[in-house]
Design a protein around this ligand. Structure first.
Ligand code: CP
Ligand code: NVA
Length: 302
């Protein structure tokens, strides 16, 4: 039966561990390597902008021996009103997997339930699971483990925060989120994650409280794609939530700094921290390639 990857929740801790180990193997391997997906084709449907996700998937697909077809919604009939269900049925007859970036999470669920090939979530308003696979790979590389690592997420309770919550629950990381009032993560995601978590997952108000014992300090933009109308209001709420040298002084001395990118330098993070000695942000971005390869291999060679 086909497997989808719509949220971190779709994989068990053992499956996530296997993907992370395989990603590290891909990273360490020299030369072109085997092409386990030779002869296969993958579609990428993007309804929002992307640099890292689109390009890392396209490169990963090529490196695994397969072919990618990029579709901007405005150039396919989906953008002219063809239904999600009909599009999913038709594309499933040509392709071996479909990677989608869209707005409402229900839209990708609808697509996946009508597709007969694996569907991968390349970001929705509610989740960004592919990002969090690369984040966990980076933490594993830098800290040598996930279990018991203290992660402070300072900022908006958005798609990245929701997927981090699920990742923390699955892999035993402690997660302290500092979010302004009204910008907390999704309550249902939080509740489900807490029910099975063997670690602490807490939503706090004060950035310094979250950063206090942090091994990892993570942030994301204050205004996500599609939320531009709320920008002015959000800027006011987030003025105390910047990751800067003063906040980093609260974290452990060997704390690493993470950001999924793109960043707004001078807003959620200063350039001094982003380019400073604790930053692993660009390695985190580079790791997207290896986790996309491991994910595609697992879902598409089944
Ligand atoms: N982090 C991330 O998903 O970046 P893109 O929006 O550039 O794909
Ligand atoms: N939260 C951001 C992540 C971008 C990769 C957004 O949805 O725009």
């Amino acid at each position: 039966m086909k497997r989808d990857f719509l949220t971190i929740w779709d994989f068990s801790p053992q499956e996530i561990q296997r993907i992370l180990e395989r990603s590290i193997e891909f990273k360490n391997s020299k030369g072109p390597g085997a092409c386990p997906l030779i002869g296969k084709s993958f579609g990428l449907i993007f309804e929002k902008a992307s640099t890292r996700t689109r390009v890392s998937f396209e490169a990963a697909i090529y490196q695994l021996g397969a072919h990618s077809v990029y579709m901007n919604t405005s150039e396919i009939q989906l953008g002219r009103g063809e239904t999600v269900a009909d599009t999913a049925r038709v594309l499933s007859s040509y392709l071996d997997g479909i990677i989608i970036r869209t707005y409402g999470h229900e839209r990708i669920q609808d697509f996946a339930s009508n597709a007969s090939v694996p569907v991968i979530n390349a970001l929705t308003d509610r989740h960004h699971p592919c990002q969090v696979l690369a984040d966990m790979m980076t933490i594993l590389e830098k800290k040598g483990r996930l279990e018991g690592v203290n992660v402070a997420y300072i900022g908006d309770g958005n798609n990245v925060a929701n997927s981090l919550i699920e990742g923390a629950s699955r892999m035993g990381m402690n997660l302290y989120l500092a979010c302004p009032e009204g910008c907390e993560p999704d309550a249902a995601v939080l509740e489900a994650a807490r029910q099975t978590a063997r670690s602490e997952i807490m939503v706090l108000r004060e950035p310094r409280e979250a950063a206090g014992r942090a091994d990892v300090v993570y942030t994301d933009v204050w205004v996500s794609m599609g939320q531009e109308k709320k920008a002015e209001d959000k800027m006011k709420k987030f003025s105390n939530y910047q990751i800067n040298e003063s906040l980093m002084a609260c974290a452990r001395k060997d704390a690493i700094v993470m950001h999924c990118l793109p960043a707004h330098r001078g807003q959620e993070i200063t350039s001094a921290v982003m380019d400073g000695p604790g930053s692993v942000i660009f390695e985190q971005a580079a790791n997207r390639l290896y986790t996309e390869k491991a994910l595609l291999e697992m879902l598409a060679s089944a």
